[in-house]
Design a protein around this ligand. Structure first.
Ligand SMILES: CC(C)(COP(=O)(O)OP(=O)(O)OC[C@H]1O[C@@H](n2cnc3c(N)ncnc32)[C@H](O)[C@@H]1OP(=O)(O)O)[C@@H](O)C(=O)NCCC(=O)NCCS
Length: 178
């Protein structure tokens, strides 16, 4: 667990979620899913039961393929970051990042702190060489944030997202760690 002081002097606590966070985590995902078109899910959130979420959160403690951190202000989950990898020998040097912050808390530095903290955790694994991500080409705020943190665009995935009848391209971005 670590704490950071935000631009507005609020204290952000960052920690790995555990099974006791299952209900609030599922609520959080529904809230952020409903606040943006830039995530891979909408207001329905994640299709997990509370029990499935508990099992997933339990698995994080010893996982070498999934890093997840939540950011809390006064015990409210305000942001979340994940790094997903694989144990497959030829692929395990990369992890893919996903991040979200509740809209009321945007632009206070929360995503920046969460991403930087997750990268520190990834480095502790000892073999992660790059962080990758996909971001909608019209998500200028996120692209700026990623570029600020050192990610660069390396390609485009045409029509990766489909919102009803509208296709959205995504950029593929990479942050080398070496
Ligand atoms: C993208 C997101 C995670 C950023 O979270 P955040 O906590 O507001 O991010 P931070 O406060 O750490 O950084 C904000 C950065 O965004 C950029 N930014 C903010 N407003 C911007 C704007 N209007 N235009 C362009 N860039 C902007 C800036 O680089 C800013 O950093 P700076 O203030 O140091 O210059 C958040 O907006 C969010 O959850 N969006 C919806 C979900 C999403 O898009 N997730 C990413 C999917 S790939």
């Amino acid at each position: 667990m670590t704490t950071k002081i935000l631009k507005n002097n609020h204290v952000l606590t960052i920690r790995t979620p555990n099974r006791n966070d299952a209900v609030v985590m599922l609520d959080y995902l529904q809230i952020v899913g409903g606040e943006t078109d830039h995530l891979t899910f909408g207001k329905e959130g994640h299709p997990f039961t509370i029990q499935e979420e508990e099992v997933f959160l339990d698995s994080l403690a010893n996982s070498t393929t999934m890093i997840m951190l939540i950011g809390l202000i006064d015990n409210l989950i305000v942001g979340s970051v994940s790094l997903a990898g694989t144990n497959r020998q030829r692929l395990r040097h990369s992890m893919e990042l996903g991040v979200s912050v509740r809209k009321d808390f945007w632009n206070q530095g929360i995503a920046s702190f969460l991403i930087l903290e997750s990268i520190q955790e990834a480095k502790k694994l000892g073999y992660i060489e790059q962080i990758t991500l996909k971001v909608s080409t019209n998500n200028h705020q996120a692209i700026r944030l990623y570029e600020k943190l050192g990610f660069y665009i390396t390609g485009t995935f045409p029509k990766q997202m489909k919102l009803k009848d509208t296709y959205i391209d995504t950029y593929f971005m990479i942050l080398p760690l070496q």
